[in-house]
Design a protein around this ligand. Structure first.
Ligand SMILES: C[S@@+](CC[C@H](N)C(=O)[O-])C[C@H]1O[C@@H](n2cnc3c(N)ncnc32)[C@H](O)[C@@H]1O
Length: 273
């Protein structure tokens, strides 16, 4: 079973994470892998794309640069501020709208043709019940024929072993030109399908001696593919595809690295651009 307490990772987790989010994603193979997949998907959409958990605009801003309008929903003001700054720097602020809201509660003025929830972000809603209500709410905000696309971890023993390792994620100069090492490991509890990602920065002096260490945590849970299928179906979705990788390989337990779900609210077909 998915962890049942607390129901949502702290809304402030990403407020505390925002300043390292870009180095975090720049050094994550999974983030590099999903970028083109989502950009291609957004390009096919008619009307604005709604990205839930838009974060710092890692996907939304390049999509806007390619001419797509994006409504970005996020609970973290600090992440939305980074998204706004990124859009401004790229000259596409007019293509983005920002909604500071929980993705279980956002309200659209016009039902969407495409809602995306990229990069394992459903995992931040921790309990199975809250994931169920998130999917039901997404369904309610789609137009008939509109699509909902999300990815989740596909947790295998090999992935758990990898996540439990302590890894040096990046080295960089942080503000004040300080030599910094970014480390990560995870506590993984397979029984409750929950993990705590623990990351820490070591700030070194000019002799390489540790001056200060800062820890941060992110709480996540994951769905088994059978649970994801059930929740989508219960919410009323038709499942168009489940991929095991961002190259759109069909999902297979033997080879999958991710679970990527393409679901649709039944009704009129949305014509691809
Ligand atoms: C892993 S980041 C993904 C950011 C971006 N979509 C990307 O792919 O880089 C998850 C984002 O979801 C947001 N988030 C987490 N729980 C949320 C919730 N219940 N409602 C809205 N946003 C949430 C976080 O603040 C964070 O910005």
């Amino acid at each position: 079973m998915v962890a049942d307490t607390p129901s949502l990772s702290s809304p402030n987790e990403y407020d505390d994470f925002a300043d390292i989010y870009q180095v975090w994603t720049d050094t994550a193979a999974s983030a590099q892998a999903n970028l083109e997949f989502y950009l291609d998907l957004y390009r096919e959409a008619v009307g604005p794309v709604v990205e839930l958990g838009v974060g710092d605009g890692r996907i939304a801003v390049p999509a806007a640069c390619r001419g797509q309008d994006v409504i970005g929903v996020d609970l973290s003001p600090a992440m939305l501020e980074r998204c706004r700054a990124r859009a401004m720097a790229a000259g596409v602020l007019d293509r983005l709208a920002f909604v500071c809201e929980d993705f279980r509660r956002f309200q659209l003025d016009v039902p969407a043709g495409l809602i995306a929830l990229p990069y394992h972000s459903l995992g931040h809603v921790l309990s199975l019940e809250d994931k169920r209500s998130a999917l039901a709410h997404v369904f309610s905000q789609l137009e008939p024929g509109g699509r909902f696309v999300f990815d989740d971890f596909y947790v295998t023993p090999a992935l758990v072993d990898q996540m439990r390792k302590v890894q040096l994620r990046a080295t960089y100069r942080s503000s004040g030109d300080i030599d910094t090492l970014l480390w990560v490991t995870s506590l993984v509890d397979e029984a409750s399908q929950a993990m705590t990602v623990v990351t820490w920065e070591d700030f070194l002096d000019t002799d390489g001696v540790l001056m200060r260490r800062r820890y941060r945590r992110l709480h996540l849970s994951w769905l088994d593919p059978s649970q994801a299928r059930s929740l989508l179906t219960e919410a009323g979705f038709v499942i168009d595809a489940c991929y095991g990788g961002f190259d759109r390989t069909p999902f297979s337990e033997a080879t999958a690295r991710e679970q990527i779900w393409i679901a649709r609210r039944p009704g009129a077909d949305v014509t691809a651009a």
